[in-house]
Design a protein around this ligand. Structure first.
Ligand code: IVH
Length: 676
């Protein structure tokens, strides 16, 4: 137990650190040095580690990513999260205004103009000033619990300032700052990994990390743009006032928002946002215009899915012209040959574009692109850059139609286009160094064998020294030879070898994915692994056996057969076995069926289970866990501070189990707790 002094010191540290966080991240006006700040947070972490009772849910130490995850459990939104209707021209923006004026009988009393942040929507709930929940938007009614990950976002306070209401739910947009994205990609490239496509997808992926420590490293940020459900907040006349109130509570409100009068001023804001689209450290995909007065909002009302009092002006995709200096080809991991445009660097849609895929020869000829052409390049939001069309008037004399080369520039083997296929292929198999490189990179990648440290750069180095010529060789690398590589020392060699060693023991589904068989991605691989448990059984299965499985059709069984008739692939499987790669999964433990036919809802906090582990325990015994209470629910498992679900279960007269009874249910079956 902590002494009273220690408890007091912890409370003081929490307040200090929370305040410094706010000054640093929200006001950009720190009053202590980084070193002083570090000392405070380290002292707090140490105290909490010694006395876990001091590690309360409002502690700022959770922002460094030590939160325990109850991640992705369904969350029922108290008030629906609506979406917005869109317009894409000033004329249709004016038409929206006209409809609004008709509904109100007059011009609305002021508009709020806000940036439409290109991130992902989140709902955050505070109880008595303490952050208790973060949830994704989901379908607007039910989202997913991402509390542990939201807590790692530095700009979001764990504890509100001033007098906080009893319940406060706010909506906002989580995003990855452009600068953080650039830094992440710089590190990614340095490690020889593929760069991320854009900040939005990367932010979305980061929020969906199972491990909050990973989210914490991504430097996400957030702008709050809307007050949601609340109990005990003061009344407001306008949206802009409510935002000021949220800012006073310490929430990050975007300073680029403006309250303006009249549609002309709205249009000025839109034009300015367009012009300075990339001047900020966050990406936008439009502007949101809201009638500011809450009375006006109420009078305008809602359609089935969106308010009539607000509208999103979507920014158009950006286009620029540049010169197509060359057309080159890639050979991918399956041997597919893809032409791509080499472009004079052009800044479009927030990034500098130097190349763009042209997909296949047919596509290229449809667009009539020729080397030397001035071309229009487009990039919209999260879309990868695209060469739209040539500017024919600027075509240089004698520019020739492009044709796929007859031979692969990497291995000299023939390039063939099979009847009825859009994609040409290199016939060189793994003789082709380009294909081999892509194949090995895929084999080691995260969704496949997940060999940390074996990115593009390392694969290239190993290939160019002739250390590997197929995936089997990875597992037979000799430390002494690796030490000869430039820039490699004992530590990096040991790290790589350790990563390779642990990759020998991956589940069968990962190995199947890694083999890069056409049509066998992660989902199909998992289905196959679960049904056959070892690689020989899969490769020896007849089409009938394969197609009897849900999710496996004739195309997949044909692709497997084709893959396995190739001797090189048979040899590869044997070689992987010989070097000790696991090619089978253990028999699943026989699951009991004591809870078959029963449906449970789990709510509140349990002492000895996370939401996930409680769910898994029920499912292991054949039971079902669902997100919401209904007449069909067999029982509600209610932990500490269970809320509305408990009330609902009680009102329906359902059986409610406490944690003790839940454990008894798992150990001794439903009769033991009087269920059935
Ligand atoms: S207001 C009822 N304001 O755009 C009002 N939304 O379809 C609902 N978004 O997914 C939204 N920036 O996450 C609002 N300043 C802003 C916004 C914003 C981005 C997102 C929001 C939602 C989508 C609207």
């Amino acid at each position: 137990m902590a002494t009273a002094d220690q408890a007091r010191r912890a409370a003081e540290l929490k307040a200090l650190v929370t305040d410094h966080n706010y000054r640093y991240h929200v006001l950009a006006d720190p009053v202590v040095s980084d070193a002083e700040y570090d000392a405070l947070i380290r002292e707090l972490i140490a105290l909490e580690a010694s006395y876990p009772e001091l590690a309360t849910p409002d502690s700022p130490t959770l922002q460094v990513g030590s939160g325990i995850s109850d991640i992705f459990a369904p969350v029922q939104h108290v008030e629906r999260l609506m979406s917005l209707d869109n317009v894409d021209s000033l004329a249709s923006l004016e038409a929206w205004r006209d409809r609004l004026v008709r509904a109100l009988g007059r011009e609305p009393d002021g508009y709020m103009c806000e940036m439409k942040i290109d991130g992902l929507a989140v709902s955050i709930t505070y109880r008595s000033g303490v952050l208790v929940q973060g949830a994704t938007r989901g379908d607007g009614t039910t989202g997913e619990d991402i509390t542990a990950n939201v807590r790692t976002i530095h700009t979001i306070p764990h504890q509100l300032r001033n007098v906080a209401p009893e319940v406060l739910e706010v909506r906002g947009e989580i995003y990855m700052p452009v600068s953080a994205f650039a830094e992440l990609n710089r590190r990614q490239m340095e490690a020889g990994e593929k760069p991320y496509v854009n900040p939005r997808n990367t932010a979305a992926g980061s929020v969906r990390q199972k491990d909050p420590n990973k989210t914490a490293q991504r430097n996400l940020s957030i702008w709050i743009y809307q007050l949601g459900h609340n109990v005990g907040a003061p009344g407001f006349a306008s949206h802009s006032e409510s935002l000021e109130y949220l800012a006073d509570l310490g929430l990050p409100i975007n300073p680029d928002s403006r309250r303006v009068d009249g549609i002309d001023a709205v249009e000025d804001y839109v034009r300015d946002a367009l012009k300075r689209r990339h001047d900020r450290d966050y990406e936008i995909d439009g502007v949101v215009v809201k009638a500011d007065q809450l009375a006006d909002q109420q009078a305008a009302g809602y359609t089935a899915k969106a308010p009539r009092w607000a509208i999103a002006y979507k920014l158009p995709p950006e286009e620029k012209t540049t010169v197509l200096t060359d057309i080159q080809i890639n050979v991918g991991r399956t041997g597919a040959v893809t032409p791509y445009a080499v472009l004079e660097p052009v800044f479009v849609g927030g990034v500098t574009v130097t190349s763009a895929t042209l997909h296949n020869e047919g596509e290229l000829q449809r667009k009539d692109l020729r080397i030397g052409d001035t071309v229009i390049v487009r990039r919209a939001g999260d879309v990868i850059p695209e060469v739209v069309a040539p500017v024919i008037e600027k075509r240089p004399k004698g520019a020739a139609v492009w044709h796929m080369p007859k031979r692969c520039p990497f291995c000299g083997n023939e390039i063939v286009l099979a009847d009825g296929e859009a994609k040409a292929r290199c016939s060189g198999g793994f003789e082709c160094p380009s294909r081999l490189r892509e194949y090995l990179f895929h084999f080691a990648s995260r969704g496949a064998m997940d060999i940390e440290g074996l990115g593009y750069k390392t694969v290239d180095a190993l290939l160019s020294h002739g250390f590997i010529s197929d995936p089997g060789d990875i597992f037979a690398l000799e430390p002494a030879r690796l030490l000869d590589l430039e820039g490699w020392g004992e530590i990096s060699v040991n790290n790589l070898l350790r990563a390779i060693e642990s990759a020998k023991d991956r589940p069968l589904a990962r190995l199947l994915t890694a083999l890069g068989i056409r049509m066998i991605g992660g989902t199909v691989a998992r289905t196959l692994a679960a049904n056959f448990l070892n690689i020989d059984a899969i490769l020896d299965a007849t089409p009938e056996q394969l197609e009897a499985i849900d999710g496996i059709g004739p195309e997949i069984s044909r692709s497997l057969a084709e893959w396995y008739t190739d001797d090189a692939n048979r040899l590869l499987v044997e070689k992987l076995k010989a070097v000790g790669v696991r090619v089978a999964d253990p028999e699943p433990e026989s699951k009991g069926d004591a809870l078959t036919g029963l449906t449970f809802v789990i709510t509140g906090t349990l002492d000895d289970f996370s939401r996930d582990s409680a769910k898994a325990a029920v499912e292991d015994l054949g039971g079902k866990v669902v997100g919401s209470v209904s007449g069909k629910t067999s029982a509600l498992v209610a932990g500490e501070s269970a809320g509305s679900k408990l009330a609902k279960a009680e009102s329906l007269g359902l059986r409610v189990l406490n944690e003790q009874e839940f454990k008894q249910l798992l150990a001794d079956g439903p009769d033991a707790v009087g269920l059935n």
